[in-house]
Design a protein around this ligand. Structure first.
Ligand code: BTN
Length: 262
């Protein structure tokens, strides 16, 4: 019996991606697909350019945290968007991608993941995917371009996740299946495309909220090295998190400076 090796394939991906907008390239290894694509964006690459990598040596997330990206174990991809959005609406891109990832995982597995505001996808309380949108803002405050980076743990690495993350990370697939990462990447892109077409209408935010594992829960708000207990009340139309603290004050949290602990 031949050994199964789940390799990404540019041509297979192109067949699976439905929208004409997207043009995907697979790299063997890169420091970070976001970093690579940001350089292309600055050189004028078109909307719809997609970079995937089999592995990343310096994958990163919010607050410059390391995103562990072992070879052929995940979908590490970045999508270049040139949207008509004000910079303040940029969070909608992250939120739309979060919904797209949840839909894709549900389509391909029996798992029902949920969203931890603002950019994490969890299954059974463990992280399955992280999303990082980075962009360039023009003088009038519009987004010139955005690079949407999505990192999904498709499989457990051989020997399991490293000790730092083994209690907080999980994977989409329970066993190795050829073509699965391509199918996962393409399904995410296709779902994202469906949402992106009407992004400014924000219709998908209801689904984002339904999939949220934060609303109504007690959380810790982590800001500038301090932690404050709070309850998450709602998510606004601009994807801010409305919280109430124990002294009954409320605050709208913007993802830029805040992270939360469930
Ligand atoms: C987070 O967990 O805060 C976000 C993680 C985002 C990881 C993805 S993997 C593809 C792209 N390249 C990166 O360096 N980061 C994103």
């Amino acid at each position: 019996m031949s050994e199964i090796i789940d390799l990404h394939s540019t041509s297979h991906l192109s067949e699976l991606i439905k929208g004409a907008d997207w043009s995907a390239t697979v790299l063997d290894e890169v420091d970070s697909t976001n970093k690579y694509l940001k350089a292309l964006a600055r050189e004028g690459a078109p909307h719809g350019t997609v970079i995937l990598a089999e592995g990343q040596t310096a994958g990163h997330g919010r607050f410059n945290r390391v995103f562990f990206s072992p070879d052929r174990c995940g979908v590490y991809m970045s999508l270049l968007l040139r949207p008509r959005l004000h910079a303040e609406e940029g969070l909608l891109i992250t939120a739309a991608a979060a919904v797209a990832v949840c839909r894709a995982v549900e389509t391909l597995t029996h798992k029902k993941p949920n969203i931890k505001w603002v950019n994490d996808i969890l299954f059974n309380g463990k992280k399955l995917c992280g999303i990082l949108t980075e962009g360039s803002v023009s003088e009038n405050g519009d987004l010139e371009w955005a690079v949407l980076g999505i990192g999904i743990n498709a499989y457990l690495p051989e020997g399991g996740f490293n000790p730092d993350i083994k209690d907080i990370a999980t994977a989409v697939f329970d066993s190795l299946q050829e073509g699965s990462r391509d199918l996962l990447a393409a399904t995410v892109i296709n779902e994202f495309q469906r949402i992106y077409e009407t992004l400014p209408r924000k219709d998908f935010l209801e689904e984002y909220k339904t999939r949220s594992c934060v609303i109504g829960r007690k959380i810790e708000v982590l800001k500038n090295g301090t932690s404050r207990p709070a309850t998450a009340l709602d998510i606004t139309d601009n994807c801010e998190l409305l919280v109430t603290f124990t002294d009954n004050t409320t605050e709208l949290l913007n993802s830029g400076e805040i992270s939360i602990k469930l």
